[in-house]
Design a protein around this ligand. Structure first.
Ligand code: UTP
Length: 295
């Protein structure tokens, strides 16, 4: 029987250079999709998948993230006194339970593998999830769940390590971590290899590693070696390749949409998609869009 996945790691220590100048003073994870920070969408996905403890690997200038997941006493008191019950209750509903968050710092942005390794003591000796906050997922329909819920279901079936993947155009594979496909079960499949940013024309498939993982704790001693890979960074993909020598890895073809909010195009598309899925503003927003498009 597999263990329960209770903890999730959110690496949020990157510099966000693709969103300068906004990210000079605002962490990119705090940019908003409709009415909440990108990171909150991702934390909600983790909570939906049964995660109980949220581990944030932060860096300099990211203190506002810690505040966002804490009580805001004066604000909450004022909302209550002014009878703004709906707003107050919405804030309370998204507040993690006391003691359910941990924050640690990656002192220098040495790569995603290094950021995950920074969470080793907080995670301890149990399988855990990793969610890249850049990637925001939307379920195809509510009952199919978002990406991490589908990864947890795959973990309960296969055990070992799980990686969510998504199809990309063959000419874009050199920008991503790419997997090789072994025994195929349809929604899930055995992963027989991984490569980070393969040179053009050499990718083993068009399935990119899309930012949701379930990993066994044996990944930590491998990451600890600090071996540098693509771009001179300590890559999580390289760590996982090392672990794949002794443990199984399965891929999950996510049934839904993923938006890469680390890029302007993906971030803007996510705002449009979430606005159109938001009952309060969908119709007037559609009318605005039509006006802008001149339709
Ligand atoms: P990215 O490379 O996309 O993030 O890493 P970045 O460095 O912030 O972005 P750009 O390229 O400068 O615009 C993917 C995720 O991994 C985290 C980032 O915060 C992001 O959520 N990350 C990356 C770290 O936490 N530490 C690192 O050393 C690198």
């Amino acid at each position: 029987m597999t263990k329960r996945i209770r903890k999730a790691v959110f690496p949020v220590a990157g510099l966000g250079t693709r969103f300068l100048p906004a990210t000079k003073s605002i962490p990119k994870e705090m940019l908003t999709i409709v009415d909440r920070p990108v990171l909150q969408h991702v934390v909600e996905e983790a909570r939906e998948a049964g995660i109980e403890h949220f581990v944030f690997v932060t860096g300099r200038n990211k203190a506002v993230i810690e505040d966002h997941f804490d009580m805001a006493y004066e604000l909450e008191d004022t909302l209550q006194k002014r009878g703004k019950t709906k707003e107050y209750e919405a804030l309370m509903a998204q507040l993690p339970a006391a003691g359910a968050t941990s924050f640690t710092r990656q002192q220098a942005p040495l790569g995603l593998g290094h950021a995950v390794w920074c969470a080793r003591d907080i995670v301890g000796d149990e399988p855990f999830a990793v969610l890249l906050p850049d990637m925001v997922t939307m379920a195809r329909e509510a009952k199919s769940g978002r990406c991490l819920a589908q990864c947890v279901a795959a973990y309960e079936k296969h055990g070992g390590n799980i990686i969510a993947v998504e199809e990309v155009k063959p000419e874009e594979t050199h920008q991503y971590g790419i997997v090789s496909v072994g025994k195929d079960h349809g929604a899930t499949f055995e992963i027989t290899g991984m490569v980070e940013k393969p040179p053009k024309g050499t990718a083993p498939s068009n399935l990119m590693i899309s930012g949701r993982y379930i990993l066994e704790p044996e990944i930590f001693p491998i990451l600890e070696k600090g071996e540098k890979g693509a771009g001179g960074e300590i890559q999580l993909t390289d760590g996982m390749k090392g672990l794949a020598k002794s443990q199984s890895f399965h891929g999950v073809r996510f049934d839904g949409r993923t938006y890469d909010c680390g890029m302007k195009l993906g971030f803007l598309a996510a705002n449009v998609a979430f606005a159109l899925a938001n009952g309060d503003i969908a119709e007037p927003f559609k009318a605005e869009l039509k006006k802008i498009m001149g339709a």
